[in-house]
Write a protein that binds this ligand. Structure first.
Ligand SMILES: CC(C)(COP(=O)(O)OP(=O)(O)OC[C@H]1O[C@@H](n2cnc3c(N)ncnc32)[C@H](O)[C@@H]1OP(=O)(O)O)[C@@H](O)C(=O)NCCC(=O)NCCS
Length: 187
């Protein structure tokens, strides 16, 4: 599939602005994500070397060129240098009109609608520019904040994928939500 381009004008509203990552931000971002997202098994701090972070950055870029992923840093519109979270459209299958959305927000920036606004912006972009017809959102069954974000954006809870991902030496379930074109909820 063809390369995905970042939007000419950043995806933004009054609450959050989504912009590409700068390569130098990636090690700190990986650490912050690992510390603040307790839903998956991330590499531990010691293994996030500058080299590994650069490889991660390059892999994201390669996935963008393959047309599979588009990653964004979240910033406040008035402070574009200070990253407060991140998110992506990933598992993009344009031939099937499907993609997934993922996101995280630093603990100190939570509770102000950052994730809800960012997911709305990502969803709008996916439907309007990437010919996506079905957007999937997954999270752990006890991740109530993430499920609230999904509901605020109009996603439908479809069910539970049992034993879906490795977690803490075992496996955990995943809740599957989806949003179809035309279902995006905005206040
Ligand atoms: C999920 C996450 C991204 C939400 O970010 P955020 O910017 O705080 O989200 P918002 O402010 O848009 O909305 C959060 C909603 O969850 C609610 N919420 C927050 N913590 C909660 C909790 N512990 N239990 C129940 N609801 C909670 C908030 O009240 C809000 O709902 P409301 O507007 O109806 O009051 C953030 O908590 C996070 O980064 N968590 C770790 C990563 C993660 O789980 N990512 C999700 C994909 S796996």
């Amino acid at each position: 599939m063809s390369e995905l381009r970042y939007p000419d004008r950043p995806l933004a509203d009054e609450v959050v602005l989504l912009r590409p990552w700068a390569e130098l931000e990636v090690p700190a971002a990986l650490l912050a994500r690992g510390e603040s997202v307790d839903q998956f098994e991330w590499p531990d701090e010691a293994s996030i070397t500058a080299r590994a972070a650069r490889r991660f950055f390059l892999e994201q870029e390669e996935a963008r060129r393959r047309g599979e992923e588009l990653h964004f840093a979240f910033v406040e519109p008035a402070s574009p240098a200070r990253v407060i979270g991140g998110g992506s459209l990933y598992a993009i299958e344009r031939g099937h009109g499907r993609a997934s959305v993922g996101y995280w927000v630093l603990p100190e920036a939570r509770g102000h609608g950052i994730a809800t606004h960012a997911v709305r912006l990502l969803a709008r972009h996916a439907f309007a520019k990437l010919e996506i017809a079905r957007l999937e959102l997954t999270c752990g069954p006890d991740n109530e904040a993430s499920q609230r974000v999904a509901e605020h954006c109009g996603f439908t809870r479809e069910g539970v994928l049992r034993g879906h991902v490795p977690y803490r030496g075992g496996r955990r379930d995943t809740v599957m939500f989806s949003l179809l074109a035309g279902e995006l909820l905005t206040p």
